[in-house]
Design a protein around this ligand. Structure first.
Ligand SMILES: *[C@@H]1O[C@H](CO)[C@@H](O)[C@H](O)[C@H]1NC(C)=O
Ligand SMILES: *[C@@H]1O[C@H](CO)[C@@H](O)[C@H](O)[C@H]1NC(C)=O
Ligand SMILES: *[C@@H]1O[C@H](CO)[C@@H](O)[C@H](O)[C@H]1NC(C)=O
Ligand SMILES: *[C@@H]1O[C@H](CO)[C@@H](O)[C@H](O)[C@H]1NC(C)=O
Ligand SMILES: *[C@@H]1O[C@H](CO)[C@@H](O)[C@H](O)[C@H]1NC(C)=O
Ligand SMILES: *[C@@H]1O[C@H](CO)[C@@H](O)[C@H](O)[C@H]1NC(C)=O
Ligand SMILES: *[C@@H]1O[C@H](CO)[C@@H](O)[C@H](O)[C@H]1NC(C)=O
Length: 308
């Protein structure tokens, strides 16, 4: 009897991941507190003029979360719906001179204990896995003639340690649209080399884990659909252009960042300034997120499936 209890305990702990950050929305999350007041795992500052809970919603019925991780909080997690519309012009620091009229964006930034820095200190050292699941929002389709950056770690110089990208890459001058792989979600390294690409098929959770070795500056990518265990889809590769130390660490963002198209009537020196200039239609668009967490990775690699 005692022996079987010990065996059970051993098996349970053997597959217990060390979660450094849990961004899965718990069913009791209150949008006013967690979103509008940023009291939970997300800093919600990167958005337009409306309240955070106007752009972001916890979906408690109607839609299931990624089935990959089972039932994390005893009554599952809530998928997170993140949208943009024409009001989604981010004004850094509230200074109107810096309004980002080129972009439309709503992003959640991971925080722990009300601090991005405290999270970075534990989650961007040694080797860690950034987990995220994405599904198309059928009611708010993206316009894939544009480029979207939908998950990334942004360093202080504005570059990305890695990113998940959708749509047609911004080019100046504008190329043939949409790009051939515009419907694909792509994982790109710091220098925007593509590590993995797969179609964002509808009504399907697309699960990703990006494993980052912060000392050796490498990336590996895992992917699966729905409840299938994650599989390695891009072996460990040097993260081209990445640097070590504080300047190589950054904020973990997820959400909808829509780039413009070149506006030919803008002065030529403004046509590549995607932050401030370009064409936006102002449409309402969105994506669904689930299974957001960061895990410490040891020799046995990241956790590939739940329950977790
Ligand atoms: C949100 O923050 C305001 C100002 O600090 C506070 O008065 C209010 O009680 C908070 N609401 C919730 C739901 O946390
Ligand atoms: C969208 O917002 C921009 C910037 O505020 C504004 O110039 C434009 O007229 C708006 N477009 C629509 C369709 O409302
Ligand atoms: C607002 O931004 C502009 C342009 O970057 C800058 O010149 C100005 O000093 C800023 N104003 C304030 C109050 O910070
Ligand atoms: C949370 O942050 C405060 C400082 O902002 C610090 O004093 C406290 O120890 C932190 N708590 C935890 C659990 O890390
Ligand atoms: C990183 O790894 C070193 C060496 O194994 C260990 O001492 C340290 O505690 C680890 N840091 C974190 C934040 O896990
Ligand atoms: C998508 O973007 C293109 C390029 O700006 C635009 O011509 C088209 O009308 C947009 N489609 C929708 C549905 O807004
Ligand atoms: C990191 O690089 C060092 C030196 O090249 C090597 O010895 C070590 O095995 C590498 N670690 C991993 C996890 O690849």
């Amino acid at each position: 009897m005692l022996g079987s209890i010990f065996l059970f305990v051993f098996l349970s702990s053997a597959r217990c991941a060390e979660i450094l950050y849990d961004g899965r929305a718990q069913p009791d999350f209150d949008a006013t507190s967690v979103l509008d007041n940023s009291t939970g795992p997300y800093l919600t500052a990167v958005r337009g003029s409306e309240a955070a809970s106007y752009y972001t919603h916890f979906i408690s019925d109607a839609l299931y979360p990624t089935p990959l991780w089972g039932d994390p909080f005893g009554c599952s997690e809530d998928p997170i719906a993140i949208s943009i519309d024409n009001s989604s012009v981010f004004v850094p620091g509230g200074n109107a001179s810096n309004a980002q009229f080129g972009f439309r964006r709503t992003e959640l930034i991971a925080q722990k204990n009300f601090s991005i820095a405290q999270l970075t200190a534990i989650s961007q050292v040694n080797t860690t896995a950034f987990h995220f699941s994405i599904a198309a929002d059928d009611t708010k389709p993206l316009n894939v003639t544009h480029e979207y950056q939908v998950v990334f770690i942004e360093t202080s110089d504005g570059s990305h340690v890695f990113e998940a990208q959708l749509g047609s890459p911004f080019t100046n001058p504008t190329g043939t649209l949409p790009a051939a792989d515009a419907q694909n979600i792509k994982i790109r390294d710091h220098s925007l080399n593509e590590l993995f690409s797969t179609p964002l098929t509808p009504e399907c959770w697309h699960n990703f884990a990006v494993v980052i070795d912060w000392d050796n500056l490498t990336l590996a990518v895992f992917y699966s659909a729905e409840a299938q265990p994650l599989e390695l889809v891009s072996t460990t590769k040097a993260n081209q252009g990445a640097i070590s130390g504080p300047n190589g660490q950054g904020e973990f963002h997820f959400g909808v960042l829509k780039l413009p198209l070149v506006n030919p009537s803008d002065p030529s020196n403004e046509q590549s300034d995607v932050v401030h200039h370009g064409i936006q239609e102002g449409t309402t668009e969105g994506l669904l997120y689930s299974g957001i967490f960061i895990e410490k990775v040891g020799a046995s690699g990241p956790t590939l499936s739940g329950p977790l």
